[in-house]
Design a protein around this ligand. Structure first.
Ligand code: SAH
Ligand code: SF4
Ligand code: F3S
Length: 460
């Protein structure tokens, strides 16, 4: 019995898919190799932008003929997309041959949904009739912060660990709070135990996940906060071989001095911050309900650069938010130059039903949004290239992740500041740290060569 999970969206979804995989393997399923026919397909979906939805539906509908040919094939759709009001029914209307549909708070129910679907498919095969149409389970009541998600047993260098679920920020364009629910923090001890467990299995780097890690702990008794959590994880997991801790995402409004200090002082915490700015104009930031100004953001960047030398800075930007004028947009371009981001995820605003921005007058026409996106991308490419070029001839500590896709003699790895580096190196360096002298920079990647170890401890 072969399964395939098709994942869209953010790292939260990646982590959820890993838990889904673990549950399916418990049921006796094994992963389908590329091109191998599946017995079970699960879509773990995203709805943050409209084109994500369109892409997913297209891919789901590709299974219709295969399902006609092999009625025993099971297909399910879950995650953020069907969690929107009315969306599960819409999906079922377009693809009535689906076996099950589940929401973001129902993934622990997937084994039951699969068993039910199997039974129903068997019944239909035997009797030629029987219940038709997907079983739908969409809940609003999250309980995920209280239980630990399972995880696929695998030898890995890096792992994702949730610190919180959901979001309380209600940025006016964003659907995430509606499909993921209110913010729930996991207890400090649960996070620490999970990371220590991973480190004992050989994991060298963890990325702590939350929609806004900087508000971690506000809902917990006892005054837990994110810098405190970082310190606890660093102290507990370092003795077991964990060498790097990353975290996403930081909300600029809630970024504290203590977090900057934690980045500057805790040995395993990497010098990289993903700090979405979204827009460079105060008027647009206000309409977005982001809770900070352009000046505040730029001051944070300055403070970070001063306190954390060599810090890698990445961001998310939306262009064409309702009411965004050419002047507003130019302020975004100017901010990109001033902040000097290493890289940026850039998006044309997408209208999401149920969010306040969807109701705003002055929606920006699509051609204008597209044109602004292209201009922003051209500028960011230039800025990225310049910021990488500055690293040529420096020595960087690289954690090797595995052979590069193109050449088995070249290893891919990352610097502490989150730059991707290609280095000719033996495969045994996977999961190891080594010093690399950077020799060349392209737009998005660096290449370099190993610095011969000069003594004990140069490579761990
Ligand atoms: N919690 C994170 C990111 C969540 S979604 C944060 O606050 O930064 C990832 C990114 O998608 C956002 O940062 C934003 O840039 C983009 N995004 C969210 N809603 C969008 C929409 N309606 N249209 C276009 N981009 C959007
Ligand atoms: Fe969406 Fe804003 Fe929450 Fe990020 S902080 S998930 S952009 S509402
Ligand atoms: Fe998408 Fe859901 Fe993540 S909407 S961005 S997969 S939280």
């Amino acid at each position: 019995m072969r399964y395939r999970i098709i994942t869209y969206g953010c790292q939260m979804n990646e982590r959820d898919s890993d838990a889904l995989a673990a549950m399916l393997e418990d049921l006796g399923y094994r992963p389908a190799a590329a091109g191998e026919p599946e017995d079970l397909v699960v879509f773990n979906t995203c709805c943050v932008r409209e084109n994500a939805e369109r892409k997913i539906m297209g891919r789901v509908l590709e299974y219709r003929l295969e399902k006609e040919r092999r009625p025993e094939l099971l297909v399910g759709v879950g995650g953020c997309f069907p969690q929107q009001p009315g969306a599960a029914e819409r999906i079922a209307g377009q693809a009535p041959w689906l076996d099950f549909i589940f929401g973001t708070h129902n993934s622990s129910r997937v084994p039951v949904l699969v068993a039910t679907a199997r039974m129903r498919a068997g019944l239909r095969a035997e009797t030629g009739s029987g219940p038709y149409g997907p079983v739908i389970e969409i809940d609003d009541s999250p309980d995920d912060a209280a239980v630990d998600q399972p995880r696929l047993a695998a030898r890995r260098v890096e792992a994702l660990v949730n610190v919180s679920f959901g979001c309380d920020n209600y940025c006016s364009y964003c659907i995430v709070p509606y499909v993921r629910g209110r913010e729930r923090s996991r207890p400090v001890q649960a996070v620490v135990d999970e990371v220590v467990g991973l480190a004992r299995q050989g994991v060298r780097e963890v990325t702590l996940l939350g929609q806004n890690v900087n508000s971690y702990g506000r809902d917990l008794a006892g005054g837990a906060d994110f810098p405190g959590l970082l310190a606890a994880v660093d102290m507990a997991a370092s003795p077991f071989g964990l060498v790097r801790i990353r975290f996403v995402t930081s909300h600029p409004r809630d970024l504290s001095h203590r977090l900057i200090e934690a980045m500057a002082t805790l040995p395993a915490v990497c010098e990289h911050i993903h700090l979405p700015v979204q827009a460079g104009s105060d008027r647009v930031l206000k309409a977005m309900n982001r809770g900070y100004t352009r000046g505040h953001y730029l001051a944070l960047v300055e403070r970070l650069r001063r306190a954390v030398p060599g810090v890698g800075l990445t961001t998310d930007i939306i262009v064409g938010f309702p009411g965004e004028t050419e002047e507003d947009f130019e302020q975004t371009l100017e901010l990109v130059r001033l902040a000097c981001f290493d890289s940026a995820f850039t998006f044309a605003y997408s209208r999401r039903r149920g969010t306040p921005a969807a109701e705003m007058a002055e929606q920006v026409p699509l051609p204008v949004r597209r044109e602004r996106l292209a201009r922003l991308n051209r500028l960011q490419e230039e800025v990225s290239r310049e910021s990488l070029a500055r690293l040529v001839d420096t020595g960087q500590e690289v954690l090797f992740l595995g052979p590069s896709e193109k050449d088995p003699n070249v290893m891919a790895g990352r610097t502490r500041a989150f730059h991707y580096v290609l280095t000719p190196a033996p495969a045994e360096l996977r999961g190891r740290l080594a010093m690399v002298r950077i020799r060349a920079a392209r737009t998005w990647t660096l290449s370099g060569e190993l610095v011969p170890a000069t003594g004990e401890g140069a490579s761990r």
